[in-house]
Ligand binder design. Structure first.
Ligand SMILES: C[S@@+](CC[C@H](N)C(=O)[O-])C[C@H]1O[C@@H](n2cnc3c(N)ncnc32)[C@H](O)[C@@H]1O
Length: 223
C-alpha cells in the first residue's frame, strides 16, 4: 500500500531538477563502462528508462508498483515484476533514487542475490547518506494541484526513516483521504558491500539539493 500511494503522489513532490542530475550521473557511469543493455529495477514512472533509451541504451524497467508501471508504460518497455522472478540476463542493472533504502537487511540480502543472478557485469545503485536521512529528509512537506492535496511527514530514529503519506483526492464534491507509511533504512557502504559477492569498484559522492554535504553515494559493483 505504501508503494502504491507513493506512486500516486510522486509527481507532486519529486524535484525533477535534482532527479535529472542523478539520472544524468547514472547515464555517464553506464557510458563510461561501455554498457549497452540494462535492467532498471524500481523504474518508477519511467523517466530514467526513457532517458536511457534516448541515450542509446537498451533498457527494461521493472517495479513492484502497478501505479508507477501504468505511468512508465508509455515511456519504455516495463512491467510489474520482482527481480527474483526475472529470467533474462542483462549486462548491468541499476536501482535509482532510494530503491535500495526501501529494504531492510534481510530483504536486501535476498534482493542482491537475485540481482547477481540476472547481471553479467555491473550493478549500479544509489544509497542515501546518514546526513540525508537524519538531517535533510525529516519534517513536513505539503504540495497540491487542482485535484489533490498531499502531506509527507518524516521522522528518523534508530536508522529508520518513516514517512507518513497523507493524500486528499477530489471525489465529486468531497475529498477522499488515503494514508500509508513508507519506511527507509539507513545502510552504510561497508555493510552493503558485505551483502554482495560482487566487488565495489567505484563510489561517487552526490549532492543534489545544495546542502554542501554528501547526500547520496552512487556505488558501482562488478562481478
Ligand atoms: C523513489 S522511486 C524512484 C523511481 C525511479 N527509479 C526514478 O529514479 O525516478 C522508488 C521506486 O522503487 C520501487 N521499489 C521499491 N522497492 C522495490 C523493489 N524491491 N523492487 C522493485 N521496485 C521497488 C517503488 O515502487 C518506486 O517506484
Amino acid at each position: 500500500m505504501g508503494l502504491e500511494l507513493y506512486g500516486k503522489i510522486e509527481d507532486l513532490f519529486l524535484d525533477k531538477e535534482a532527479a535529472h542530475i542523478l539520472w544524468s550521473k547514472f547515464i555517464s557511469v553506464l557510458i563510461s563502462l561501455d554498457v549497452k543493455n540494462i535492467l532498471d529495477i524500481g523504474c518508477g514512472s519511467g523517466d530514467f528508462c526513457e532517458l536511457a533509451l534516448n541515450s542509446g541504451l537498451k533498457v527494461k524497467g521493472i517495479d513492484l508498483s502497478h501505479t508507477q508501471i501504468e505511468r512508465a508504460k508509455i515511456k519504455c518497455d516495463c512491467e510489474v515484476k520482482d527481480v527474483c522472478d526475472m529470467e533474462d540476463k542483462f549486462e548491468a542493472a541499476v536501482a535509482i533514487f532510494d530503491v535500495i533504502n526501501y529494504m531492510n537487511d534481510k530483504e536486501l540480502k535476498k534482493f542482491f542475490s537475485c540481482v547477481e543472478n540476472v547481471v553479467e557485469k555491473y550493478f549500479i545503485f544509489d544509497i542515501n547518506s546518514y546526513f540525508a536521512m537524519n538531517d535533510l529528509a525529516i519534517g513536513t512537506l505539503k504540495a497540491e494541484d487542482e485535484n489533490r492535496f498531499g502531506v509527507l511527514y518524516s521522522d528518523f530514529e534508530d536508522d529508520v526513516l518513516t514517512t507518513e503519506i497523507t493524500l486528499f483526492e477530489k471525489d465529486g464534491g468531497c475529498y477522499k483521504k488515503s494514508q500509508a507509511n513508507i519506511i527507509q533504512y539507513y545502510h552504510s557502504i561497508e555493510k552493503i558491500s558485505k551483502f554482495m559477492k560482487m566487488k565495489l569498484i567505484n563510489k561517487i559522492p552526490v549532492s543534489l539539493y545544495g546542502s554542501g554535504e554528501i547526500e547520496k553515494w552512487i556505488l558501482v559493483f562488478e562481478k
